[in-house]
Design a protein around this ligand. Structure first.
Ligand code: FAD
Length: 632
């Protein structure tokens, strides 16, 4: 974390100085808004937090609840989300308060006496070391709190506008073409309506989204829902794995997903209530907490559960559904106009809770759309960038629903229906990368290059998230995770993994550094005049030598930008290898050197040789919506 570049900061350095629209931000909703977000769930809060880093953009978030979510809803946090939290500055703090999953246990009927359950297997949670981050369990409300803190401490100073319900919208013409009708749900004006005008609207308003229906999207999928009795409880029990994540199947087919919760005592049980027919008319929601507890005791036999306190319970009823599109552009309008209204999270995809995906995928939707809106509104990219949101995220949602169908069908099977005794746990281990959130792989577009040069950096697959590794910062000799230095500040990252030479030797890396700093074709040349040299692009260099051999004064200036009002030289972007874990070996990087470009949402955009300045310039010309003038 860097601060003091504007002078001495005596308070909490996480609270950045207010800037732009964050200075004198009106308490009341203004008439005209650049981005209106509807809903303060994980998708909406992440989008607000990201846009809070764009102080030239007026962003407001309306929520019909009178205040913050207090309790309940989702709790599974996959490693990809913790990686994302790192970029928003709270991975360490939330990990400290969360439950950390290291193993999962599987319980089945005892073959000798099927009325009793026995532990049949244990599976490691991340057997392949997919991420350096853990798999956590923590209440959704805490996740939202942390994003709210980040948004409020960022330059645009965004806080949710509680007590406003979205009623409907129309898309017309003009600078603020989306007219949105809102209704006050609290306070003196409760029940009254008002209209605001927005350039863009992000519908993050959950499974029953009205933003979705207002743009004519429909959810398609299973006719029936699946229902679980969900309870967050503290209890006295002799069930030995009460502090482990467990899939528990009883002899009559009833099953429980047990999720230990943060704090050492609380746990969640999803008690399977089965398929709900379309004509159920809400009857399943009448299931009482007493019935859920009784069912849990029956499944756990011979163990017993004496519930002492119910913190939260609900009947969570959801089907596998996906919308036909994630924005307001109709199929026949594709290519003629760019979207104005987007839907994210549960508003576009719903699925079971069993793979613990809902909150996680929703957050990545919010991350994906928010930086793009920031870039378009700041003029860094053309509006066509916004069409990549639906194109990229719909595929992810479709894959998620397919995966979740397989997993939840498997968990609902009776013991005799499995093809092998270990089918369930084998599937869990074999597919671990998916629920951990790392299977997303974006295909070529204006912000993702082709895989032609992939062999230069086999460990950074194009389209997949940048998997961090260690390097040693030259200036202060600190061994650091390279990826953890990338904050959710909306900047593109250009990692230059150097050729074997040292700096100041007229090497290809020196030449690339000179091109980056001085060529009109360099992406850095597009940055606003007078600002930080790295305002939009964060260029870092990693040499193949230990840090002790690198003369920082000889490093090209592209990797030592001048920043802040005092034009301080930033010496924090120059690295040597960690001899104990050489990043060139760990990520299979070509020793002739390679450039790895990473998007603001941490996905690898392109991989190029050091000498491919023409292609690098052309890639970013495409991102800016310009015709590429440079040739390789
Ligand atoms: P949400 O978190 O649903 O957020 C939507 C927000 O929009 C809410 O704050 C809502 O109040 C607000 N909103 C809705 N309509 C309007 C409107 N017209 N105007 C203004 N604001 C509006 N997942 C699990 O994995 N396990 C669970 O046990 C589980 N239980 C759940 C229980 C409930 C009651 C709900 C609603 C969801 C549950 N989920 C559960 C799903 C999980 O919470 C979601 O997958 C995740 O929160 C999706 O995030 P989101 O931001 O898309 O939407």
């Amino acid at each position: 974390m860097q601060f003091h570049h504007h002078g001495y900061v005596s308070g909490d350095p996480r609270i950045e100085p207010a800037a732009g629209t964050g200075v004198d931000r009106p308490a009341e909703l203004p008439e005209q808004i650049d981005v209106l977000i509807v809903g303060s769930g994980p998708a909406g809060m992440l989008a607000a937090a990201q846009l809070a880093q764009f102080p030239s953009v007026t962003t407001r978030l309306v929520e019909r609840r009178p205040g913050r979510l207090a309790i309940g809803q989702a709790d599974g946090i996959q490693a990809r989300s913790v990686e994302t939290f790192q970029a928003f500055g709270f991975a360490e703090r939330i990990t400290a308060e969360a439950y950390q999953i290291t193993e999962m246990a599987f319980w089945k009927p005892d073959p000798r006496d099927p009325s009793r359950i026995v532990r049949s297997a244990r599976a490691q949670d991340d057997p392949h070391g997919i991420s350096e981050f853990p798999h956590l369990i923590v209440n959704q409300a805490r996740v939202l709190d942390y994003f709210a803190e980040f948004a409020a401490s960022s330059p645009a100073r965004i806080t949710p506008d509680y007590g406003y319900e979205f009623v409907g919208l129309t898309v017309g013409d003009g600078e603020f073409p989306v007219a949105v009708t809102l209704k006050h749900t609290a306070g003196a004006e409760e029940g009254t309506e008002r209209t605001v005008h927005a350039k863009y609207v992000v519908g993050a308003d959950g499974a029953r989204s009205r933003v979705r229906s207002s743009i004519g999207c429909t959810l398609a999928g299973d006719a029936a829902n699946h229902a679980w009795g969900v309870m967050d409880v503290v209890a006295s029990t002799d069930f030995p794995d009460i502090r482990l994540k467990c899939a528990i199947q009883s002899h009559d087919g009833g099953s429980i997903l047990l999720i230990p919760r943060e704090g050492g005592h609380l746990f969640r049980m999803y008690v399977d209530l089965g398929e709900v027919p379309a004509d159920d008319a809400g009857n399943v929601r009448k299931t009482t907490i007493e019935q859920i507890i009784a069912q849990a005791n029956a499944i756990l036999s011979p163990y017993t559960l004496d519930v002492r306190n119910v913190a939260w319970h609900s009947v969570y009823e959801v089907g596998h559904r996906l919308t036909d599109r994630f924005d307001d552009v109709l199929p026949e309008e594709l290519g003629d106009r760019t979207p104005r209204v987007f839907i994210t999270g549960d508003a576009c995809h719903t699925h079971s809770a069993k793979a613990g995906q809902g909150m996680n995928v929703s957050m990545q939707d919010g991350f994906n759309i928010a930086w793009k809106l920031g870039h378009v509104l700041e003029g860094r990219s053309p509006a066509s960038l916004l069409s990549t949101y639906s194109a990229e995220r719909q595929v992810v949602a479709k894959n998620l629903i397919d995966f979740d169908k397989t997993w939840s069908t498997m968990m609902a099977k009776k013991p005799e229906e499995f093809s092998s005794p270990s089918e369930l746990e084998d599937f869990y281990v074999r597919t671990a990368e998916f629920p951990a959130g790392f299977m997303t792989e974006y295909t070529p577009s204006m912000i993702v290059g082709g895989a032609e040069q992939q062999e230069l950096a086999a460990g950074f697959p194009v389209g997949k998230r940048f998997k961090s590794a260690r390097a040693v910062r030259v200036s202060d000799t600190n061994p650091l995770h390279l990826g953890h230095q990338a904050k959710a500040d909306g900047r593109w990252r250009i990692y230059v993994f150097a050729d074997p030479a040292l700096p100041g030797t007229d090497s290809p890396t020196d030449a690339l550094g000179e091109w980056l700093a001085s060529s009109p074709e360099s992406p850095l040349a597009a940055q606003p005049a007078g600002g930080d040299d790295d305002a939009w692009f964060d260029a870092r260099v990693i040499y193949q030598h230990p840090h002790t051999e690198i003369d920082i004064n000889a490093v090209p200036r592209a990797f030592k930008p001048e920043v802040g009002p005092f034009r301080l030289t930033d010496l924090n972007k120059v690295y040597g290898v960690d001899p104990a874990a050489d990043i060139f070996d760990e990520r299979q990087l070509d020793r002739a050197g390679v450039v790895v470009v990473v998007r603001p949402d941490q996905y690898v955009a392109t991989v190029l040789p050091l000498t491919a300045t023409g292609e690098l310039g052309a890639f970013f010309a495409g991102v800016r919506g310009e015709r590429a003038t440079a040739q390789a």
